[in-house]
Design a protein around this ligand. Structure first.
Ligand SMILES: Cc1cc2nc3c(=O)[nH]c(=O)nc-3n(C[C@H](O)[C@H](O)[C@H](O)COP(=O)(O)O)c2cc1C
Length: 184
C-alpha cells in the first residue's frame, strides 16, 4: 500500500464519489428533460454482465404518480415530495446472465446517484427489489407488463439544504486484506 493523499481523495471538491450523500428533502425546482437524460445517459454507461444492459427506465414527474410510488415501500416517503423519481426496471427475460442482472442494476443506480451529485442535484435510492410486496405494488402503479420488475425508486431533485459537503469517507482499514507478491 503506497497511496499519496491526493490519490486517496480528490481535494478539489469535484470528487462526486465522496460528495454523494442520500438526499431525502427537495425544493420545488423541477428536474428538466435535459437533466433526466444526463442521468439516464450515466445509468446506461454502467457495466453489465456480458454487456446485457438489463435495464429500462420510467421517469415519473406527475405528483399523483409520485405519491402512489411512495406508497410502494414503507421507506419511500422522500418520493412523495420529490419533483422526479426515476424507476430503473429489470428485464427478467432473454438475458444471457440472469443471475447477474441485479448486480448490473446496482451499477446503473450508483451511476445515476453520482451523476446527480455532479449536476448539483440530490437523490436517494429506495429499495423495491427483491421485496415481493413492494415489487407487486410498483408493478400495479406503473402498469408493468410481464418480464419487467421495478428495481428501486430514485427520488431526485434540488437538495433542500446543503448536503454535498458532508459526503462520507468510510475508509476502514480493518475491512481490507492486502495480498501482495512479486511476478516470477
Ligand atoms: C440497496 C439500498 C437500498 C436502500 N433503500 C433505502 C430506502 O428504502 N429508503 C431510504 O430512505 N434510503 C435507502 N437507502 C439509502 C441508505 O439508507 C443510505 O445509502 C445509507 O444510509 C448511507 O448513507 P449515504 O447514502 O448518505 O452515504 C438504500 C440504499 C441502498 C444501497
Amino acid at each position: 500500500m503506497n497511496m499519496s493523499a491526493d490519490v486517496e481523495k480528490d481535494t478539489n471538491g469535484r470528487d462526486v464519489i465522496f460528495e454523494r450523500a442520500s438526499v431525502r428533502a427537495f425544493t420545488d425546482a423541477p428536474v428538466s428533460d435535459e437533466q433526466a437524460r444526463l442521468l439516464l445517459r450515466a445509468a446506461m454507461a454502467a457495466p453489465s454482465a456480458g454487456n446485457q444492459q438489463p435495464w429500462e427506465f420510467y421517469v415519473v414527474r406527475d405528483p399523483q404518480m409520485l405519491a402512489k410510488l411512495a406508497g410502494c415501500s414503507p421507506y419511500a416517503k422522500p418520493t412523495a415530495k420529490a419533483p422526479c423519481c426515476i424507476v430503473p426496471c429489470l428485464r427478467t427475460q432473454g438475458l444471457r446472465f440472469p443471475g447477474c442482472a441485479s448486480q448490473d442494476m446496482g451499477a446503473c443506480v450508483e451511476n445515476i446517484l453520482l451523476e446527480a451529485t455532479r449536476l448539483g442535484l440530490g437523490a436517494v435510492w429506495q429499495a423495491i427489489y427483491p421485496e415481493p410486496e413492494r415489487m407487486q405494488a410498483a408493478r400495479e402503479v406503473l402498469g408493468l407488463g410481464d418480464g419487467l420488475e421495478a428495481f428501486c425508486l430514485i427520488a431526485i431533485g434540488t437538495p433542500a439544504s446543503e448536503v454535498h459537503a458532508k459526503g462520507a469517507d468510510r475508509y476502514d482499514e480493518s475491512r481490507v486484506s492486502w495480498v501482495d507478491g512479486e511476478r516470477a
